[in-house]
Each structure stands twice: as structure tokens, then as C-alpha cells.
Design a protein around this ligand. Structure first.
Ligand code: MN
Length: 426
């Protein structure tokens, strides 16, 4: 299943006049559209390999058909997304769910779709087949050195797979923690985890980065050994300059001020990247921007304010890693990802519209009303035509989901892979 240039042109052609009308209106209302357009065109969000199949909950899973059955098919799916929106040019793999058998061939396949490999992700939150020791009571924190050793070796192996693909970062998310008071000695768990991370850190190639992802609760419900940004920052500061904190939007306690966390991590040079998703209650992994689009805008406002995304374009080596980490039950996963990327682009475009000079003046004058007016003026601007124009200039579709449905991509994938093709790993 491929989206061709002819598909894109046949889709765009009848829509172009209406699009131009919307764009003309928008550009008559704003300034700096040329720079904003360029930034939107340069902007890319990585797609995680585990979001291409239907997600589930612990109560059940309802696969939708035509899901990718192999790493090759996952790359093909991300290629479809990228052909539609020209902003999904990277894939993030999860080991051992996506072990590449032939790194070079996989790299070539990805390149043929215009894709790069983003961070590789290790997995010590579940036991794998034929694994000698269990992670039931943790991995890098475990009281038994042999279990820690096994988890360290797994991470080192993940780095090797990443090197073979041209990836340049490792994301470590640990489910380690405890479910009941007294179960764990907090300081010993922290020390064991730190020492394990130090061994993994020592195995990083010199141009690689390690992202330490935190999560407030689940699967452990009393304590998490990397439970918040403070703990993650502590580890990354102790590890060294190649270690950074990764912010997953769903991994906070309710009502946390994520944009403030982002601002401070950025200030400290320790913001490694994001896992974008949305949530109402906990780690809901819903479509980005579906519940709290204003929060997403405020996060991008901090990224723009701190110059984080602009410097990323100049210096990709230290670029903030932007990944989606969402997965759920009821939508077509590819349509869901198109919506997520669109939401991120909209938030970024709106953040670029904020009048920063005026905001700075208003802040220094303690003009709270004006501060709010300035932020919300940007947030309430309908920038969709600008995002569509960036897509159009990049060779993508004016309405990616519209084209996805016109061509009936899902039916094509079901035809190729079968009704019961279930994504590997989930
Ligand atoms: Mn995550």
C-alpha cells in the first residue's frame, strides 16, 4: 500500500482554491508567516513503532485489521503517514518487540520512505520468553545483582541494535518501584538504579544521548523509583552530559504544571525530549491535543520562548527529541497518529505567533491581564491553513485524514495483511 504523488495531487487540486482563501485571510491577520512556514516545514515528529497497532487496556484489546505484522510493515506504515503529512519522518523502535534482523536492509527500507531512526527503547518492564530471571520486583533497582546485570545487558544490547540502524539515543523507562510501604528501601533502590544506569551510560557511543523517562505511578502504586522530574533530573545530573530527562505528558500526577517543568529542564540544559499524548485522568495515552490543547500550546510556548526548537534545527545533535507515545482502543491507529501530529503542529504554530516582546513588557509591568490576552490571542488564532500550507509545500496532502479515507488505506492494508494481522509487540 503506497500513497503516490498522483494520489496527493488528485486530492489537493480540488481543494487548493478554498485553501488559498483561508491562508490569505490568516496571513492578513498575522506577521512573520514566512519564518513560521519554514519552521513548520522543518519540523518532524517521531512515530513509535508500538502505536501502529490498536492499543488495548488490561481489560481487552480489539484489533482493527491490517495491523503491521513485522518491523518492515511498521516502517511501511510510518512511510504512509510521512507521505501524507511530511512531518512524520522518524520512527522510534522498541526492543525486543522490533529487533532488526538485518540492520542495513532495515535502514535502507526506512530511507526509501524518507525516514530516520529516532531513540531506541529498552524494555525491562515485562519478562521476555526464555529470560533467565524475572523483573517482578524490578530491574535496574533489583535487590539481586544478577537481575540488575541481566537488565543492564539488555540495555547494552538495545544500544547495539540502535547503532546498527543509525539511531543516536536510548530511552530508558523503568516500571521499577514498590506497591506497598516497607517493601523497598528507597535509598538502596535509588543507588542500585543509579549504579545500573552508570553501566549503561558507559556503553553509550560518544555521540549518543540517554533519555530517562519518569512516571508518577503504575504499574507500581506506592512508589516509583523514577517517579518524577526531580528524580529523573537527579539521575541525569549524576550520570553526566549525555544523560537527559524525558517528559511524557501522561506521566504526572493530576494537574501538574508540565509547562513549568519543561521551562526549568530547558534552562538546565537537561530537557532531552518528549513523549506526546493526552489524558484526562492518568496515563491515558489519548490522542495528542484531544483533551487539553491549551496545555499543549503552553508547553510549546515554553519551547519557543527557550529557543529549544530553533536551535534543534541548527544543531540536530542536541535536538530535543519529539515523539508521540499514544496508543488506545477505539480509533484507527494511523488516523489517530495523523491527528496527533496535526495537533502538535498547530500548537507549535500558535506558540510561534505569541508576541514575545509585548509579553515580556507586560510581565515586567505585572500586567497580568495583558499577559493572558497575549497568550490567548495566539492560542485562539486558527492556524490550520498555515500548517496545511507547510504540508502542501513539503509535498503532502491538504487533508491527510481525508486522503487516507479517499484512498481507503485501511482496506488496502487489510487486503495485504489480513483481517487478523495483529501488530507485533502489543
Ligand atoms: Mn512514554
Amino acid at each position: 500500500m503506497k500513497i503516490t504523488q498522483q494520489h496527493i495531487e488528485a486530492h489537493n487540486q480540488p481543494r487548493i482554491a478554498q485553501h488559498k482563501k483561508r491562508l490569505d485571510f490568516l496571513t492578513s491577520e498575522i506577521t512573520g508567516e514566512r519564518e513560521i512556514l519554514q519552521k513548520l516545514m522543518d519540523f518532524q515528529v517521531a512515530i513509535p513503532s508500538w502505536a501502529l497497532g490498536t492499543g488495548g487496556t488490561r481489560f481487552g484489546r480489539f484489533p482493527g485489521g491490517g495491523e503491521p505484522r513485522s518491523l518492515e510493515e511498521k516502517i511501511e506504515d510510518v512511510g504512509l503517514l510521512h507521505a501524507l503529512n511530511r512531518a512524520s519522518g522518524a520512527i522510534s523502535l522498541h526492543i525486543p518487540w522490533d529487533i532488526p534482523k538485518d540492520g542495513k536492509a532495515i535502514q535502507e527500507l526506512a530511507a526509501s520512505h524518507g525516514l530516520k531512526f529516532d531513540a531506541v527503547n529498552s524494555n525491562t518492564f515485562q519478562d521476555q520468553q526464555n529470560q533467565a530471571l524475572s523483573y517482578k520486583f524490578g530491574s535496574l533497582q533489583h535487590v539481586d545483582k544478577a537481575v540488575r546485570r541481566q537488565a543492564i545487558e539488555h540495555n547494552v544490547e538495545v544500544i547495539k541494535h540502535g547503532v546498527a540502524l543509525g539511531s543516536e539515543s536510548l530511552t530508558v523507562w523503568l516500571s521499577d518501584g514498590s506497591c506497598f510501604p516497607g517493601q523497598l528501601n528507597f535509598r538502596r533502590a535509588f543507588q542500585n538504579t543509579l549504579e545500573s544506569l552508570q553501566e549503561i551510560y558507559a556503553a553509550l557511543p560518544s555521540h549518543w544521548r540517554m533519555f530517562i523517562e519518569y512516571k508518577a505511578f503504575e504499574p507500581n502504586f506506592y512508589s516509583m523509583t523514577v517517579g518524577d522530574w526531580g528524580q529523573s533530573l537527579l539521575y541525569s545530573q549524576k550520570l553526566g552530559p549525555q544523560a537527559y530527562t524525558l517528559v511524557d505528558l501522561g506521566h504526572h500526577l493530576p494537574n501538574a504544571n508540565i509547562e513549568q517543568i519543561v521551562a526549568l529542564l530547558l534552562m538546565e540544559g537537561k530537557l532531552g525530549g518528549f513523549h506526546f499524548n493526552d489524558s484526562k485522568y492518568g496515563d491515558d495515552d489519548l490522542t495528542v491535543g484531544s483533551i487539553r490543547p491549551y496545555q499543549l500550546f503552553l508547553i510549546f510556548n515554553e519551547l519557543v520562548e527557550g529557543g529549544a526548537l530553533e536551535s534543534a534545527i541548527r544543531n540536530p545533535q542536541s535536538a530535543i527529541a519529539l515523539m508521540i507515545d499514544a496508543s488506545h482502543n477505539v480509533k484507527d491507529p494511523l488516523e489517530d497518529l495523523l491527528q496527533s501530529v496535526e495537533a502538535i503542529m498547530i500548537a507549535y504554530a500558535q506558540a510561534l505567533l505569541v508576541d514575545r516582546i509585548a509579553l515580556n513588557v507586560a510581565q515586567l509591568e505585572n500586567d497580568t491581564v495583558r499577559c493572558q490576552e497575549l497568550l490567548q490571542a495566539a492560542y485562539r488564532t486558527d492556524v490550520r491553513a498555515l500548517v496545511a500550507e507547510a504540508r502542501l509545500r513539503g509535498g503532502g496532502a491538504l487533508e491527510p485524514i481525508g486522503l487516507f479515507r479517499e484512498v481507503n488505506v485501511r482496506r488496502g492494508l487489510i487486503g495485504e495483511r489480513g483481517e487478523r494481522g495483529m501488530a507485533t509487540g502489543l
